[in-house]
Write a protein that binds this ligand. Structure first.
Ligand SMILES: *Cc1c(COP(=O)(O)O)cnc(C)c1O
Length: 375
């Protein structure tokens, strides 16, 4: 293993990633897996993750933008890479030269692309209810007509259509119907095209949530993001059994001290000891992506026990209550992960400050080295 500074680091478990992938393969059935590796593989480190996925037989990758696509192309020379979002059309040459598939959001956009370069491969994005990007029509008939107009543009290689679900992670009845309608819209559109002898290779709509709760092999690709990393599309709704978080976050105890009743801890004096206590300082802070919103709310693990954060989280350090813990300088502190019988997940942290596990792992900053665990 490469040397790294043992101050604050993220351990990325490749065995857990591997076992998540085999579970995803089972759920996906006949659909091919498209690994979503945008945002530095959800903070897990694009390079190593892409290498590993490619070795595991994954052939399709999805990213959010051209910079990410070019990075992934460097790691995976043979893979298919789809850019889900917008690329300024003047970069069409980069797309073609690097054999990258572009999401096409409108006919005007398609016309711009071919102005700059011919031969760009693309999948057309349909807005069936997410309200973000893509062709938006009241009926599949109208939508299919516009798709045909785009297909007929000279110099564009249309290979598929796709859409994105807004509430596939919900178990609410109304939301389930909403997703049913989104799914039906794109499949009907695809069918209309097929009946007119327009056979696109791909139609895809499955994200992690739909893969978990309503897998449908009619989606030629399963765009798996968050579950690949072992987190929940909608905590605390359960994900299928067996998925394991891939990232752990660790730091060390730098200092241990006794404090008296009335002593203050950290900025703002928000924490005042109400008795004699033992306090430890830990080498991680909000500049590492561990949110300041977790001040006095979250626990960390030390010697297999939970310890509460005391007072405000600082830029590079935070303090914890170790009154009942045998803490000493140099001990390893687990902020996300397992120590003994205790586990703290990114989803649990997210629920403490009203966000989602996605934001927690994506937010772990560049300063934190990613360490890959292979055994
Ligand atoms: C991010 C993204 C995904 C992956 O979503 P998960 O919930 O992480 O599975 C799939 N499709 C699109 C269009 C996305 O933007």
């Amino acid at each position: 293993m490469k040397q790294y500074l043992k101050r604050a680091w993220a351990e990325i478990s490749l065995p857990n990633l591997e076992s998540n992938i085999s579970l995803i393969k089972k759920l996906a059935g006949s659909s091919d897996i498209m690994a979503v590796v945008k945002a530095d593989a959800y903070g897990h480190g694009e390079g190593e993750i892409c290498h590993f996925l490619e070795k595991s037989g994954i052939k399709y990758f999805a990213v959010s933008n051209l910079d990410e696509a070019l990075q992934v192309r460097g790691f995976c020379p043979e893979s298919e890479i789809l850019i889900l979002g917008y690329t300024p059309p003047e970069y069409a040459g980069y797309l073609a030269e690097n054999n990258i598939i572009q999401g096409v959001l409108s006919k005007d956009y398609a016309l711009e692309l071919v102005k700059y370069h011919k031969g760009v491969r693309c999948h057309i994005k349909i807005d069936t209810g997410m309200g973000r990007i893509g062709l938006k029509y009241d009926t599949p008939q109208e939508c299919a007509e516009e798709i045909k107009n785009i297909i007929n543009i000279d110099g564009l290689e249309v290979e598929g259509i796709y859409t994105h679900f807004a509430v596939a992670d919900s178990d609410d009845e109304d939301n389930i119907k909403y997703t049913d309608r989104q799914e039906k819209f794109i499949l009907d559109t695809y069918d209309i095209l097929r009946k007119q002898n327009i056979n696109l290779r791909h139609v895809h709509f499955m994200n992690s949530a739909s893969l978990c709760y309503r897998a449908n092999p009619a989606s030629t690709l399963a765009r798996a993001g968050i579950i690949m990393y072992g987190l929940c599309p909608n905590y605390p709704l359960p994900i299928p059994e067996g998925f394991k978080p891939v990232m752990s976050l660790k730091a060390v105890v730098s200092h241990v001290k006794a404090v008296k009743k009335g002593d203050c801890i950290s900025y703002g004096r928000t924490f005042v000891a109400d008795r004699e206590m033992k306090i430890a300082t830990v080498t991680i802070g909000y500049a590492d992506g561990y949110s300041r919103l977790l001040s006095s709310k979250a626990d960390v693990l030390l010697n297999g026990k939970r310890c509460r954060i005391t007072g405000r989280i600082c830029m590079d350090q935070l303090m914890i209550d170790v009154t009942d813990n045998d803490a000493k300088e140099g001990d390893i502190v687990t902020l996300i992960g397992t120590d003994g019988n205790e586990t703290i997940t990114a989803d649990e942290l997210a629920s403490l400050y009203n966000t989602i596990g996605y934001e927690v792992v994506c937010g772990i900053s560049k300063r934190v080295p990613r360490v890959y665990i292979e055994k």
